[in-house]
Design a protein around this ligand. Structure first.
Ligand SMILES: C[S@@+](CC[C@H](N)C(=O)[O-])C[C@H]1O[C@@H](n2cnc3c(N)ncnc32)[C@H](O)[C@@H]1O
Length: 367
């Protein structure tokens, strides 16, 4: 398919012409994060008019329960006088606004906290600024977790890690090769594979190395997980919610979304969201190796129910009877376990923490 002409497509074409095929992870990083033309740099992709809807945009209940989770964890930490409340990839700021409102139930928590938003997109950062203008707590923006000042921290991330670049190794008759993007006929973008590489084969869990030709193994750079785990292991906790799997295996999950529909990941670089499932086994292993205690993962349904989403929905409905249908629909959607792709099943929650903290709310339940 001929790609939609765009400055990013021209730039990617030139990069491939001069430097050779791009590994998929580099393609994904540029499509999403190119400093001038990246998907997350140029737009607000959320909501009905955008490309996808996330849990905090479905219902205020999601952020509210996470606010209570953060307040409970702060109490577990011994109520430090200052604490960084950090969100990675805060979207429109909806979740943080709902969290801060709900956290009022623990009055001493708000005066102790400063909010730190890790965001690379200027359009979304402007929306966050607007959304949190009246929050009544200090808010600072950063491009990376490493910029958040030291000290006890509670970190939250919803649908952040799925947007980080993914690598794919493809089994060919020559061995395991990295998936790349090259130029096909008429300057279209096309899938290719790099040379067979024993270092890639070593990444594939031993059990699957003899997989048939055409098999795919996905992985991500562990550095962001390691950095998060090291940070909270020094004092604090993190809650990561995302879609992904708890049974490591072969198969590809890369997908492009545009206008709430699946798209070709190569057709319109920078114009479609690119994501891949989070491998929670690899995530937990990397976090544990970096010194954090790992809690969960549990399904989103189990996590939200254990935090009391059903009681919250009932209370909200009692206060707003005219919104009863909307609240019931949101509850059903967030906790949907009827199929493998329902949000309640597909999404998982995992906690990383200072090993001194002990069990974290909602994460010790059966999955
Ligand atoms: C799928 S959206 C999720 C937004 C929000 N958490 C929610 O649930 O509505 C991904 C978010 O991560 C941000 N983001 C993506 N890649 C990033 C990166 N490398 N560093 C910081 N933020 C990033 C995006 O701009 C956006 O705010």
């Amino acid at each position: 398919m001929t790609p939609v002409p765009s400055p990013l497509a021209a730039l990617l074409r030139e990069t491939i012409r001069t430097g050779g095929p791009l590994p998929l992870a580099d393609w994904m990083a540029l499509c999403l994060g190119h400093p001038a033309h990246g998907y997350y740099v140029t737009r607000d992709p959320l909501g009905r008019a955008g490309d996808f809807v996330t849990a905090p945009e479905i219902s205020q209940m999601f952020g509210e329960l996470l606010g209570l989770w953060a307040a409970a964890v702060w109490q577990q930490m011994g109520m430090p006088g200052t604490v960084r409340l950090v969100e990675l990839g805060p979207g429109r700021g909806t979740m943080m606004a709902d969290m801060l409102r709900a956290a009022r139930v623990v009055p001493a928590f708000r005066p102790a906290l400063s909010v730190h938003l890790v965001e690379t997109g200027p359009v979304l950062a402007a929306l966050q600024r607007e959304r949190l203008a009246a929050a009544g707590v200090p808010v600072a923006w950063h491009r990376d977790l490493s910029e958040v000042p030291d000290g006890p921290a509670i970190v939250l991330a919803n649908e952040f890690f799925d947007a980080l670049p993914v690598h794919q190794a493809v089994k060919t008759r020559h061995g395991w090769c990295e998936r790349t993007v090259t130029l096909g006929p008429d300057d279209t973008f096309a899938w290719a594979t790099g040379p067979a590489d024993p270092a890639l084969a070593a990444r594939v869990p031993e059990f699957w190395r003899v997989a048939p030709s055409g098999s795919v193994f996905e992985w991500r750079d562990e550095a962001p997980v390691t950095a998060l785990a090291r940070r909270v292991a020094r004092g604090g906790a993190a809650l990561v919610i995302d879609y992904g799997h708890v049974d490591q295996g072969l198969g590809e999950t890369l997908q492009a979304l545009a206008g709430h529909a699946f798209a070709d990941p190569l057709a319109a670089p920078g114009e479609a969201d690119l994501t891949a499932h989070v491998d929670f086994v690899a995530f937990g292993r990397a976090a544990a190796a970096a010194g954090a205690a790992v809690h969960g993962p549990v399904t989103q349904a189990a996590f939200l129910k254990s935090l009391g989403i059903e009681a919250r929905a009932a209370a909200l409905t009692a206060k707003n009877p005219d919104r009863a249908a909307e609240i019931a629909t949101a509850l059903a959607r967030l906790t949907d376990t009827r199929t493998k792709t329902g949000m309640g099943t597909l999404f998982k929650a995992i906690g990383l923490a200072d090993p001194a903290l002990g069990p974290l709310p909602g994460l010790e339940t059966a999955p």
